[in-house]
Design a binder for this molecule. Structure first.
Ligand SMILES: Nc1ncnc2c1ncn2[C@@H]1O[C@H](COP(=O)(O)OP(=O)(O)OP(=O)(O)O)[C@@H](O)[C@H]1O
Length: 341
């Protein structure tokens, strides 16, 4: 049964998460609680909570089949959830605010016979923008993004990447407050990926909220203020990128003049060792829970001869693999249990 957000918030637990994850006083562009979607008995999305503050770039990360597109479609009102609630730009029915939203679907496609500028104006018209204004803005957008030469060419005459860029611009022509891009980088070359990143940043500078899904973590790491990781239809992590990186310990790389000594007992038992010919050694291990200071003390007192020491925080890629991998394995095990019942 669907509940409303007020009801959900008063349950306590969710209100806490919402305040924690939304970051300060910013109003939320999107608030979703307990979204569930089933297809023929298969649960594709299984209780997704999302809080996206206005004016940020928010990444929805997940492996193939994780439930990203299904979640985005529920937020847009393209499909309805079987359970849970969502509020988009303050509206409980996403269709009421569709004129404020731009959307790039995972399946690309503009009418092949349309000219680029007409295609942009057409998408704008679907969002309530008068066609002549759509044509004017469309031409301007194409010029601004280095595609002025393509304005009067049919979509079928453009390369796949160019057509995708035109479609991305069509999402912006009505100057939406919220843009949802499903896998916007796939199909673009490295130069155009860079341009798209720049465009996303400038949208946010103007106050637009940008949500995009991806399985290319580097884009999210460069762009996002906040992310949600979806795996197996659930959200094992939602929040600031740094918080995700902190989910796995930093890696320590230590080089000592001596390879052995009583100080070795201060190193984690699973430290990987590489001995060098001159008697010195490298050690690689996860930063211990107690931090580096107790270890440093032992190394200094034991005269290990520290030659170099670096502590590297985990990248988002490694954090993603750990968080998503664990969640996907859990979902698989739960599904197996359900099937065997
Ligand atoms: N209309 C549908 N009918 C049946 N199953 C569906 C439908 N849409 C999605 N699914 C299933 O739901 C699961 C989640 O799909 P979804 O497209 O949301 O994943 P995704 O995270 O976007 O994946 P990808 O990164 O591969 O695009 C998949 O197992 C998919 O097969």
């Amino acid at each position: 049964m669907l509940m409303d957000l007020g009801e959900w918030n008063s349950s306590g637990n969710g209100a806490l998460e919402s305040a924690e994850l939304a970051g300060g006083e910013r109003p939320l562009a999107i608030e979703a609680r307990g979204l569930v979607k089933r297809f023929d008995g298969f649960t594709a999305v299984d209780g997704v909570d999302l809080s996206v503050p206005e004016g940020v770039i928010y990444g929805v990360l997940g492996p193939n089949g994780a439930g990203k597109t299904t979640t985005l479609r529920m937020l847009l009102g393209i499909i309805d959830p079987d359970d849970g609630v969502r509020r988009v730009l303050g509206a409980e029915r996403p269709h009421d605010v569709s004129h404020l939203i731009g959307y790039l679907p995972e399946e690309r496609g503009l009418y092949p016979a349309m000219k680029a500028v007409e295609a942009i104006a057409f998408v704008g018209a679907l969002r309530g923008l008068p066609l002549p204004e759509g044509r004017r803005r469309g031409r301007q957008l194409l010029e601004e993004h280095g595609l002025g030469h393509a304005a009067d060419r049919q979509i079928r005459q453009l390369s796949k990447g160019m057509a995708q860029q035109v479609q991305i611009l069509s999402c912006l022509v009505h100057e939406p407050r919220l843009v949802i891009f499903d896998e916007p980088f796939s199909g673009l070359d490295a130069i155009n990926q860079g341009r798209l990143e720049k465009m996303m940043r400038s949208l946010v500078e103007r106050g637009t909220t940008v949500i995009f899904s991806t399985h290319v973590i580097a884009h999210a790491e460069r762009l996002c203020d906040r992310i949600a990781i979806i795996a197996g239809g659930k959200v094992p992590f939602a929040g600031p990128v740094d918080l995700a990186r902190d989910r796995i310990p930093a890696q320590v790389r230590l080089e000592t003049r001596h390879a052995d000594g009583p100080w070795r007992s201060a190193l984690p038992a699973d430290a990987r060792t590489e001995r060098k010919g001159n008697g010195s050694a490298y050690f690689f291990f996860a930063l211990p829970d107690g931090g580096i200071e107790p270890l440093l003390r032992a190394l200094i007192e034991g005269e290990a001869g520290i030659l170099s020491l670096s502590i590297e925080r985990a990248g988002l890629h490694d954090a993603f693999v750990a968080i998503a991998g664990e969640a996907a394995a859990r979902a698989l095990a739960e599904n197996g249990e359900e099937e065997s019942r």
